[in-house]
Design a binder for this molecule. Structure first.
Ligand code: COA
Length: 290
């Protein structure tokens, strides 16, 4: 088996191992089922965002055939869990699983992460992949909760201003939505329309003396919810986080979308609950020293 760096010519093969049968599905269906890895044009746009955020992708080839893919991205901005490299994806073709491909891919991503100057490799595994990551030495260091709230107008409307691509909030910390490095999430907000995805709404909100940056997007046209990303000051209080959550449900109401979802740190959960969010599922943030 050989592990090599991602090249554009490999895009269709990557889509085919993530999403066999993608050719027979509509764009919304394959993105809903396989995420950005379900369509070649979307994956090309996604890879540009991944590399713009300083990330790298690698593929595993066996006898010249693709059997797996993995991605790693540095997180150099403020987070409650500190600086780390984020293992954004490890995927092994179904027929090639349990033969050591996943282990090799993670080991190569750890080498790349060390070259990026990082000492931790982090990931949020799915429930099914948890035994694999535990086997490789990853341990839980924090947890997040995916929450959902109905859209509704808020009693008071703070002033909103549209934000542009060059306004990445580098000094802020993500209050909600940190399921990937902050700069990658930011890159993935822009030019969505060019690959057939619903456009986002990205706004700056001033509440008293503090500024919040709120981004909302619909994963596909079929979804009944907007996904919210929130950036705020490092030491945001639960009250300020509550204001952000209120803002998200208000914005969804204004955009005519019935629900809002976001994944936030468990320690912020109460502030979201106060704004009407209910927990859907819990995720473990796992780390391996490298
Ligand atoms: C999770 C995944 C990447 C594992 O890849 P893989 O190539 O099958 O894993 P490996 O063969 O390298 O396994 C490495 C070790 O983990 C163990 N392992 C792998 N999958 C396991 C599972 N489902 N349950 C228990 N142990 C598992 C293996 O037994 C092996 O241990 P060993 O070397 O002591 O025998 C693969 O199953 C996959 O692509 N799943 C779908 C995508 C996914 O969930 N990705 C993770 C996203 S968070």
């Amino acid at each position: 088996m050989e592990i090599t760096e991602f090249r554009r010519e490999l895009i269709e093969d990557i889509v085919s191992i993530h999403c066999p049968g993608w050719r027979d599905m509509t764009l919304d269906l394959r993105i809903g089922k396989c995420g950005y890895w379900g369509d070649p044009r979307v994956l090309e746009w996604y890879m540009e965002a991944l590399y713009a955020a300083g990330g790298k992708a690698v593929v595993a080839l066996s006898d010249g055939r693709m059997v797996g893919e993995a991605e790693v991205v540095p997180e150099r901005f403020l987070t409650p869990v500190g600086e780390h490299a984020y293992l954004q994806m490890v995927w092994v073709k179904e027929e090639a699983r349990r033969t050591g491909v996943g282990r090799e891919l993670v080991s190569r991503c750890a080498e790349i992460a060390r070259d990026m100057g990082m000492r931790h490799l982090d990931t949020i595994p799915t429930q099914e992949a948890m035994p694999f990551f535990k086997n490789l030495g990853f341990r839980e260091i924090d947890s997040q909760v995916l929450m959902e709230a109905p859209a509704r107008p808020a009693p008071e409307q703070p002033k909103l201003e549209e934000a542009t691509r060059d306004e990445f909030p580098a000094a802020a910390q993500m209050i909600a939505g940190q399921t990937r490095p902050s700069s990658l999430l930011w890159e993935l907000l822009w030019d969505r329309e060019s690959v057939g995805l619903p456009p986002p709404k990205v706004v700056k909100v001033r509440v008293g003396l503090w500024q919040l940056l709120l981004a909302m997007f619909r994963p596909t046209r079929e979804d009944d919810h907007l996904y919210a990303l929130m950036w705020g000051p490092k030491r945001a209080s639960l009250g300020q986080i509550f204001d952000s959550a209120e803002m998200a449900v208000t914005l969804a109401h204004d955009m005519g979308v019935p629900k809002v979802r976001t994944q936030t740190w468990c320690k912020y959960r109460a502030a979201f609950e106060a704004a009407g969010f209910e927990p859907l599922s819990r995720y473990k943030w796992m780390r391996k020293e490298i």
